[in-house]
Design a protein around this ligand. Sequence first.
Ligand code: CP
Ligand code: NVA
Length: 306
Amino acid sequence: MKKKKDLLTLGDMREHEIIEILDLARRMKKAPFSKKGVFRDKTLALLFQKPSNRTRISFEVAMVQLGGHALYLSPQEICMGKRESVKDVARVVARYVDGIVARVFSHSDVKGLAEYSPVPVINGLSDAEHPCQALSDIFTIREKFKTLKNITVTYIGDGNNVLSSLMLACAKTGMKTRISTPKEYGPEPEALSLAAKAAKEMKTTIELFADPFEAAKGADVVYTDVWVSMGQEDERDKRLEDFKGFQVDSRVMSAAKKNAVVMHCLPAHRGEEISEDVIDGPASVIYDQAENRLHVQKAVLLKYLS
Ligand code: CP
Ligand code: NVA
């Protein structure tokens, strides 16, 4: 029997594996029903401890369009770690389904699921990473610029899960990354050092800037995410204060290249990390980016569940 493979982090993915997913996703976008039936009789569990729009819908619709079935388990149902241990949840759920997408608070929970589940586990967001998001993000970048070569991605905002996966994805595919966060909200050190190592191997760079305007200079892509992630609601007031000056607005965009695009994983807090005119403006590829979650999810499922 083939050994199961999990998708928990982009840290252990090789460039050619990432490109393979992007190429498959491109084929799926061109012909969405071309693999209808491949997953006949297969079921995917979506084990979510946090709310979701894009991740849940794209995985569910992807399963349907591949001929399979998805089972959404909301935070109230499984109560992983409270009603039952992560170990028992993994062992039991895997007896019913062919794969698990988990959205968790603590990354150790998705690792625990993977350790005890005999079926593949895919990270649908943890406090540490959002790998499926980053795969869609670089798919969108390649779609817009027709290449990943000589592309500069600037990330402005919180050094969170989305940034960790994005900088790993960029470094592993040879893109240059420029990051600007408030001092005490910098990138997660372990992910940064992995990404820096990958960047070196790919002969590219990751640079940190105190000033978002400086970071945006010469960027092809300006990317941001919320200042208050799920689970950090108690820190909201402090964070809004600390992130002042880090909004992606028309001034920041004026530092980027003329044809630069703006990206956001969504949900967005309009008027906080991104101004209304920029999110709704001509540089925004944010809704294509959201759509691409579906095409990339299909490629991820085909690679990990087949
Ligand atoms: N970007 C993203 O993961 O969106 P959801 O939280 O709505 O799934
Ligand atoms: N950083 C955000 C991403 C949401 C898709 C969060 O974790 O809430």
